[in-house]
Design a binder for this molecule. Structure first.
Ligand code: 13P
Ligand code: SF4
Length: 301
């Protein structure tokens, strides 16, 4: 039996469903029941009827799915798949800002640990951050952990006072502006679509800035046949599937998230068979970390 057939068979037997982020390898996206960006996947996680969720992504994604569905079993194909940015602020720093600023909202990018979410007022993803920050009654916004997304949101919401944190995504941060410029010269008709985790100097070159799903939608609707894509290269699978006639270019130093690429078919099969790598969150932490996630789902409606 093929490994993909084995996975499908076990999935039925175990009443399981497979969720995958667009950054995982194409063969994983092919067998997933639902593929999406972080916002779509967190919304989807609360609608599922299956008892077990196999989350093909990094740890904050599985953790968020567990926080929103404490009664479900969430399995991670590789428990080492972690997002470095998710740890890039100290709880003490949040505490310090709360003491320093009145009328402060701590806005936490979903790419963060449950401990950081528990210290925050509301979560956001790259797809809904602008909308949610606009709706907050507070004047002061401490945006954690990503400085690049924070700067992008701050530009769209000038009426708020932003306090920035120095976290970043190593994959988007290391994208080279010169390499984007070279592509623009080589393909002058191509549009540039960028993820807001990119540095502001790169975002300044973009025709469109948005979440992974936002970029996919933009490319689908654009009239041009070519696009320079400034985000993790896993999106190429969906872009080519949806737009077989369009051409896509990535920077020479290709943006690859090594953690997302840890997910393999063999590991999915293994966790389905054994139930290993189950996500657990303590009761106390779960209660506190769930609140800002639920607040996000409410405000993003
Ligand atoms: P989105 O899924 O919000 O586009 O974020 C990208 C990302 O870095 C996920 O880890
Ligand atoms: Fe984290 Fe960046 Fe990988 Fe997304 S692409 S999981 S933000 S390291």
């Amino acid at each position: 039996m093929l490994i993909t057939e084995e996975i499908q068979k076990l999935k039925k037997e175990k009443n399981a469903v497979i969720l995958a982020h667009y950054y995982v390898k194409p063969e994983i996206q092919k067998i997933a029941d639902y593929i999406g960006d972080s916002f779509y996947l967190s919304k989807k996680a609360v609608e599922l009827k299956e008892q077990t969720i196999v989350f093909c992504g990094v740890s904050f994604m599985g953790e968020s799915a567990k926080l929103l569905n404490p009664e479900k079993r969430v399995l991670m194909p590789d428990s080492d798949a972690d997002c470095p940015m998710a740890h890039m602020v100290a709880e003490e720093t949040i505490e310090k800002m709360r003491n320093q600023y009145e009328d402060l909202a701590v806005v936490c990018y979903i790419n963060s640990t449950a401990k950081l979410k528990a210290c925050s007022d509301v979560c956001v993803t790259s797809a809904n951050a602008v909308k949610i920050v606009k709706e907050l009654p507070n004047k002061n916004i401490f945006f954690i952990p990503d400085r690049n997304l924070a700067h992008f949101v701050a530009e769209q919401v000038p009426e708020k006072n932003f306090i920035f944190n120095e976290g970043y995504c190593p994959v988007h941060e290391q994208m080279k502006i010169e390499e984007v410029r070279t592509l623009k010269v080589r393909y002058p008709k191509a549009k540039v679509a960028a993820h807001p985790e990119c540095p502001s100097s790169l975002i300044a070159l973009a025709d469109y800035v948005g979440s992974t799903t936002g970029i996919i939608q933009y490319v689908k609707n654009m009239d041009e046949d070519e696009c320079i894509v400034c985000t993790e290269n896993g999106v190429l699978y969906e872009l080519q599937k949806e737009n077989p006639k369009k051409r896509f270019y990535f920077t020479k130093t290709e943006p690859v998230c090594a953690d997302m690429k840890l997910i393999t078919l063999e590991k999915i099969l293994h966790v389905l068979k054994t139930g290993e790598n189950e996500v657990t969150v303590s009761e106390d932490l779960s209660v506190r970390a769930k609140k800002p996630l639920e607040q996000m789902l409410k405000l993003a409606k």
